[in-house]
Design a protein around this ligand. Structure first.
Ligand code: SF4
Length: 350
């Protein structure tokens, strides 16, 4: 029995990551089978509801306004546009929609009210609805929960030490504070990171140590491989080997046994065999759609062909946690506080 632990040491996690691959795969697959059906994989769709023009300086991100990239930005999509995209995702086998907005933090006002309406609308489509909107306050988290939000994504990205080398406009503690605010509600937590940004194995293990020290563990941990984008500070990174992705997935599975491990960005460069090994090692979710916010992703038909070949079935919504109720705006007990929170800017220069 693999009891859930919140006291993993970074060195212990590194030792797992560096195990002989066959031993690592065997151990991870055994843990996976103890807590999950190995033939079920959740299909999720990421919808960029507001693209580009972000004031932050995440070195990997083409949406940061300060980098000269080719992405086409857009203002906040309408509720109807998002509903249409969610229905399309549902008909392609998705049970979860993650709405991403390129914001530093949520600001109370018209745009947030529109996002709350999107949450109500998608929850009523019987899909798990997740948002990634930047930093949020406790009241904003409660309002999202009341609207029917199922999950909130806020990645730690890397270890606390390496994080400072990748982002200067906000601190690691801001990330943890947002996760803490989400934990004051029934909304589940999705938090993971990116490998291939020039970090060491110790940083990968450090990130998993930080995530696993949260009690409870995040219900969902996305593992992304950097997709280097021209115009960003990380454009020259060489990308990760498939073995690194397999090791990272397997280690995450062992350290956080009941968590949904999401094989996220970077799948376009992975063979089906590589992805199959990730599923064997404990990945039990993928994102479909030809774009992951702004970076390329395999086509949904290709993914469904892969599912057929591997004998995998898509996970139904709300199999891990129950569907939240939706409270309509007019019945809400919570109001906008018109908050102006002071999130940190530790090393910000501009
Ligand atoms: S990762 Fe998010 S917060 Fe960072 S620059 Fe991109 S959109 Fe902004």
């Amino acid at each position: 029995m693999n009891n859930k632990r919140h006291d993993w040491k970074t060195e212990e996690i590194m030792a797992i990551y560096k195990m002989p691959l066959m031993d690592l795969l065997y151990k991870a697959a055994s843990v996976h089978r103890e807590f999950h059906d190995p033939n079920i994989v959740q299909v999720a769709t990421l919808v960029s509801i507001k693209t580009g023009g972000c004031p932050e300086d995440c070195s990997y991100c083409p949406q940061a306004a300060r980098y000269n990239t080719d992405i086409t930005g857009n203002d906040l999509l309408s509720v109807q546009e998002v509903k249409k995209l969610a229905l399309k995702a549902k008909s392609s086998g998705s049970s979860r929609v993650c709405m991403g907005a390129a914001w530093r933090n949520v600001k109370d006002g018209e745009d947030f009210e529109q996002v709350l309406e999107m949450v109500r609308t998608i929850n009523k489509l019987e899909m798990e609805v997740c948002c990634t909107l930047g930093m949020i306050t406790e009241n904003q988290a409660k309002r999202l929960a009341e609207a029917g939000l199922y999950a909130y994504n806020h990645n730690l990205d890397s270890s606390e030490e390496y994080y400072k080398k990748v982002i200067s406009t906000r601190g690691y503690q801001d990330r943890l504070d947002t996760i803490k605010n989400v934990r004051k509600t029934n909304v589940t937590v999705c938090s993971g990171g990116i490998i291939g940004m020039g970090e060491k194995v110790a940083d990968r293990a450090g990130m998993l140590q930080a995530l696993s020290s949260l009690n409870p563990h995040p219900e969902s941990v996305p593992i992304n491989a950097l997709v280097p984008v021209k115009g960003t500070p990380l454009e020259a990174e060489k990308g990760v080997e498939v073995w690194e992705m397999i090791r990272m997935v397997a280690t995450t599975r062992i350290v956080m046994p009941t968590t949904q491990v999401r094989l996220s960005a970077g799948r376009t460069t992975m063979s089906r065999e590589g992805q199959a090994m990730c599923f064997f090692a404990g990945a039990n979710s993928i994102f479909t759609g030809d774009k992951l916010l702004t970076t390329p992703n395999p086509d949904v038909n290709e993914d469904m062909k892969m599912f057929d070949e591997l004998g995998l079935s898509p996970q139904k919504p709300f199999t891990k946690n129950k569907q939240p109720a939706t409270v309509e705006a007019e019945n809400s007990l919570l109001k906008s506080l018109d908050e102006k929170p002071k999130w940190s800017r530790p090393l910000h220069k501009i």
